[in-house]
Ligand binder design. Structure first.
Ligand code: AMP
Length: 398
């Protein structure tokens, strides 16, 4: 067991409806000292925290994973057992929704919490749980600064035409807007791209975050100008179990003809659609679908590839062309086959991958003569939060 004293540590929390993800960072460095999560919080709750060296931290004695409060206490007890000198200099929280006004990480206080609570109706499956996690951390560590980092912030400032729907304008005024999500991932990737290839970052970039959740973002000179996710994290690309773009008439059909209620429709759209729905219930996991190689799996993969290509065309059109296509997320970073299939019909936009480089998951996977650079940049959303927590605590990363 590594027993480096964590004198000045930064805790990153992402509290969900039945899970609490946690990562502990030191005052510098890109990778967490410990990361993991409490999952299935309730009677069957489990906690798994792993050190950077791959050691699993033992479950603390008397751990109670039946509630979020118990899970939070167990995470802290486990970290304290591994790092007896643990001192949290700041805590960073992933908060899904920052609404129209929060465009950057913010230090949490009673006023900010009240503002963020008002946004819960916009993200009822996530926001209340995120904020409950904040409250637990505030109670346990009243002295530590707490900072919220938003999935929406990176996209604020998009032009009106990508921020709205063509429904009566009063809904826009009420906050029914295209917020876009996965902003922490896009922020990290944008920063990496600025470091690795500043000339590309100065141009027109499309980042495809393809994981269990999937979205795409058009980034012009470092700023988000369009995103595939909209008001909720359902829109745009098909995902593991989420539907992606769907004609709202389908929802009316479910309501009027099938007499489903909103809870049933929510369950279908969030949990039974996407790759899982398309494959007739076979799997929401791309690895399983790739391995299955049968009709159901082909159906799901074909649709995923098709919609990704289609959205990519839209993103390129928004910027009048594209200089770089960047893949990230579990599928984007690891699936050679999906990247190859997405790129194989994109020659018209200058995308041409080198199959050898693609097979190696190299950073640059485009062929030497391609007009558009294709890259893989593994995303680190939690690091973005850790950096915000370090900044709030006044720690310079040099
Ligand atoms: P994420 O939500 O970013 O962790 O991504 C999860 C998705 O990435 C799941 O659909 C996984 O099946 C997929 N994935 C991870 N590794 C691979 C791989 N080697 N090949 C294909 N898909 C993968």
């Amino acid at each position: 067991m590594t027993r480096d004293p964590a004198h000045q540590a930064f805790l990153v929390l992402n509290a969900g409806s039945s899970s609490l993800k946690a990562a502990l960072y030191g005052a510098s460095g890109e990778d967490p000292l410990v990361s993991g999560q409490a999952e299935r919080i309730g009677p069957e709750g489990a906690l798994k925290l792993k050190t950077a060296a791959g050691e699993i931290l033992p479950l603390p004695e008397g751990a109670d994973l039946s509630s979020h409060a118990g899970a939070f206490a167990a995470v802290i007890a486990s970290l304290r057992a591994a790092y007896p000198d643990l001192r949290l200099a700041a805590i960073g929280h992933r908060v899904v929704h920052g609404g129209a006004d929060y465009t950057a990480p913010v230090r949490l206080d009673a006023q900010v919490m009240a503002d963020l609570e008002k946004l819960s109706p916009f993200a009822p499956l996530h926001q209340p749980h995120n904020l409950a996690g904040v409250r637990l951390a505030m109670e346990a560590f009243p002295e530590a600064p707490q900072v919220a980092c938003f999935d929406t912030a990176f996209h604020r400032g998009q032009p009106f035409v990508n921020d709205t729907f063509a429904i009566p304008h009063r809904y826009y005024e009420k906050g029914v807007r295209r917020y876009g999500f996965h902003g922490l991932s896009y922020e990290y990737v944008t920063g990496e791209l600025a470091r690795l290839a500043p000339h590309l970052m100065a141009g027109r970039v499309v980042v495809a975050h393809l994981g269990n959740g999937a979205s795409m973002c058009a980034i012009y000179r470092g700023r988000s100008v369009a995103s595939s996710m909209g008001f909720s994290a359902l829109d745009g690309l098909p995902m593991g179990t989420r539907c992606g773009q769907v004609d709202p008439g389908v929802l009316l059909y479910m309501l009027d003809q099938e007499k489903l209620d909103t809870a049933q429709i929510r369950q279908i759209l969030y949990n039974e659609s996407g790759l899982l729905g398309l494959s007739g219930g076979l799997s929401n996991d791309m690895r399983t679908l790739e391995a299955a190689d049968n009709e159901q799996a082909h159906r799901a993969i074909d649709y995923f590839v098709f919609r990704t290509q289609r959205e990519l065309g839209a993103m390129a059109a928004v910027m009048g062309g594209i200089d770089a296509l960047v893949f990230c997320g579990g599928i984007g970073e690891n699936s050679r086959m999906i990247r190859r299939r997405i790129c194989e019909r994109l020659g018209w936009m200058g995308v041409e991958i080198d199959h050898g480089l693609n097979a190696k998951n190299a950073t640059v996977i485009s062929s030497e003569f391609a007009r558009t650079t294709a890259m893989i940049v593994p995303t680190k959303e939690e690091l973005v939060i850790a950096r915000a927590a370090r900044a709030v605590a006044g720690v310079s990363e040099g």
